[in-house]
Design a protein around this ligand. Structure first.
Ligand SMILES: *[C@@H]1O[C@H](CO)[C@@H](O)[C@H](O)[C@H]1NC(C)=O
Ligand SMILES: *[C@@H]1O[C@H](CO)[C@@H](O)[C@H](O)[C@H]1NC(C)=O
Ligand SMILES: *[C@@H]1O[C@H](CO)[C@@H](O)[C@H](O)[C@H]1NC(C)=O
Ligand SMILES: *[C@@H]1O[C@H](CO)[C@@H](O)[C@H](O)[C@H]1NC(C)=O
Ligand SMILES: *[C@@H]1O[C@H](CO)[C@@H](O)[C@H](O)[C@H]1NC(C)=O
Ligand SMILES: *[C@@H]1O[C@H](CO)[C@@H](O)[C@H](O)[C@H]1NC(C)=O
Ligand SMILES: *[C@@H]1O[C@H](CO)[C@@H](O)[C@H](O)[C@H]1NC(C)=O
Length: 287
């Protein structure tokens, strides 16, 4: 009775459809103005290379920390690439595969020293680098090989070691010979004796030493795959939300236009229910 009365009352108050439209417009404006700031803040951003950076990653200074997971902070280099820093080593992010939680990276210092055209690999800074993965956030995708680069090697190498020559750079008129060996190579011990103290170990995406016809410089530049561990974002995203993480409560959040939710945005349940009932009604009616 009450509802009917209200409806009649409203109907009598605003009989013209144009007035109703105005009210709807005003209502939608009010809703738009009240969109949750977390939801607004967590728009994907790019460093310039066109890759969309979103949860669990965030660009420090461009996106709020709550848009990503702790430890997934990225920076941008001057070429517009996103950069991940793990234990003080910079890795250029070549591609992020959000669908299977993996990304392709390459060691920034090493790939910057490589000139594919002149087969030159210079000694990076710092001169000793080895990928070390922090805690349980990132893991190497298995089946990748570790490549060791040895710098400042003797220019008169024993014949057995000539096959490992990877780079030869003219640096201040001093020729630098670089050797590249895979982890576990039986000649590694002897090769180390022929080279200086600079050493870089980096994983490469190469099954059983098969480079697929690429030179060692290209293989290094192509980088390697890491897998990450963080809450799966797809349920939240599919419900129209943006994933995030609130550090103070150490909890995953799904930021929705109305407010942060635990898992996904509020589904338009009533509307769905109505559609289902109507559909059911039709079926019964038709049969
Ligand atoms: C990044 O997002 C924009 C806007 O949604 C889209 O047009 C573009 O294709 C995306 N880029 C990539 C590399 O996915
Ligand atoms: C991310 O934050 C950590 C801790 O504050 C810092 O050590 C690291 O260098 C940052 N990473 C990047 C890419 O800026
Ligand atoms: C995330 O969840 C979706 C849907 O539940 C699933 O299809 C997808 O494989 C999951 N992704 C990962 C990396 O587990
Ligand atoms: C994730 O998907 C990409 C593109 O399909 C693929 O290249 C990559 O190997 C996959 N990552 C893993 C860990 O399987
Ligand atoms: C390198 O050698 C050339 C010719 O011998 C000489 O002119 C030049 O000054 C040298 N450069 C350096 C950095 O020593
Ligand atoms: C390393 O060098 C020593 C001395 O030249 C040689 O006897 C030895 O066979 C070499 N080791 C390998 C694995 O080639
Ligand atoms: C791992 O490498 C081996 C040796 O090259 C290859 O036979 C195998 O198919 C690879 N496995 C995967 C999952 O890529």
């Amino acid at each position: 009775m009450k509802k009917n009365f209200m409806f009649t009352f409203i109907f009598h108050l605003f009989p013209s459809p144009s007035v109703c439209t105005s009210i709807l417009f005003l209502l939608s404006r009010t809703v738009l103005a009240a969109v949750d700031p977390h939801y607004v803040a967590c728009e994907p951003k790019t460093c310039g290379d066109g890759q969309n950076i979103s949860f669990p990653f965030y660009i420090q200074g461009q996106q709020k920390p709550f848009c990503g997971y702790p430890g997934f902070n990225l920076s941008c280099n001057n070429k517009g690439n996103p950069v991940l820093n793990l234990h003080n080593i910079d890795y250029i992010i070549l591609q992020i595969f959000y669908s299977n939680h993996s990304l392709r990276v390459s060691n920034a210092a090493v790939s910057e020293t490589i000139n594919v055209n002149s087969f030159c690999i210079n000694l990076p800074h710092p001169r000793n680098q080895r990928l070390s993965l922090p805690d349980d956030r990132f893991a190497l995708v298995f089946n990748q090989t570790e490549l060791l680069l040895l710098y400042d090697c003797s220019s008169s190498l024993p014949g057995k070691l000539l096959q490992y020559k990877a780079g030869k750079c003219e640096d201040n008129n001093k020729t630098r010979t670089v050797l590249a060996l895979f982890k576990g190579d039986p000649n590694l011990g002897n090769a180390s004796k022929e080279c200086g103290s600079g050493q870089v170990a980096t994983p490469v995406d190469m099954h059983g030493g098969d480079s697929g016809g690429l030179g060692i410089e290209e293989v290094i530049k192509r980088g390697f795959l890491l897998k990450w561990t963080a809450t799966n974002c797809s349920v939240c995203e599919e419900s129209g939300g943006k994933c995030g993480f609130v550090a103070s409560t150490y909890q995953f959040k799904c930021f929705c236009p109305d407010r942060p939710h635990a898992v996904h945005c509020k589904r338009p349940g009533k509307v769905n229910g109505l559609i289902k009932k109507v559909a059911l009604g039709n079926k019964i009616f038709n049969s």
